[in-house]
Design a protein around this ligand. Sequence first.
Ligand SMILES: N[C@@H](CCC(=O)N[C@@H](CS)C(=O)NCC(=O)O)C(=O)O
Length: 212
Amino acid sequence: MRVLYELSSRDGYSYSLFVFKVRAVLGYKKLEYESVVLGFKEIHEQVAKYNPKKEVPVLIDGDKIVCDSDLIYEYLEENYPQSPVRKGDTTVLNEIMQITHVMLSIGMPNTVAKLKDEDQEYFRAKAEAATGRKVEESLKDDVYQENLSKWRSTIDSLTERIVNDSQVTFSNINIAGVLYWLRFCVGADDVFGDNENLKSWFENFLKVVHVD
Ligand SMILES: N[C@@H](CCC(=O)N[C@@H](CS)C(=O)NCC(=O)O)C(=O)O
């Protein structure tokens, strides 16, 4: 049996972008697996024996252990060639990744309260190190609104190119993963605004790759 180690919020929601990438490839290829959803503390305790970096995703497939979302993708492509997932053109993805600091500033502080109690202090420190601000200061204040505007204008300017490409490529899986993670952090209204085109593309993409 295949087992996927995932990151969980306090409600058991698997929100990680990196885990999403693997779930989408498995889902598109219709490969069954069991999920083990863990908080950060549990990952550090239970995943270290498979991955010295103590990170998820980790995929156990029979006697094979594969860590890192990109390596798991390559492993699945090589071993399960049905419903191929090509790499795809990364131009749009690269443009989105240029505003990674903006996405982290919006997303990370708003994630802390959604985590298991035992994970909050750990993640708060990560969020504060990444943003250079106290979490409480970052919660939907003026800087948040400024960053949200930057996110929206970037994503609005790329929407036509995103929605015109309905293929399931690894590049598009990455784009959907960013949206999936950010939606968890700040909610659909802030992620999409009035951009119904992008929202429909995203919702349809989730159906095609069988991720809830
Ligand atoms: N390069 C890795 C990154 C994986 C990663 O950063 N995973 C995070 C969850 S989103 C993690 O497990 N973090 C553990 C920690 O921060 O302690 C991949 O692509 O799989």
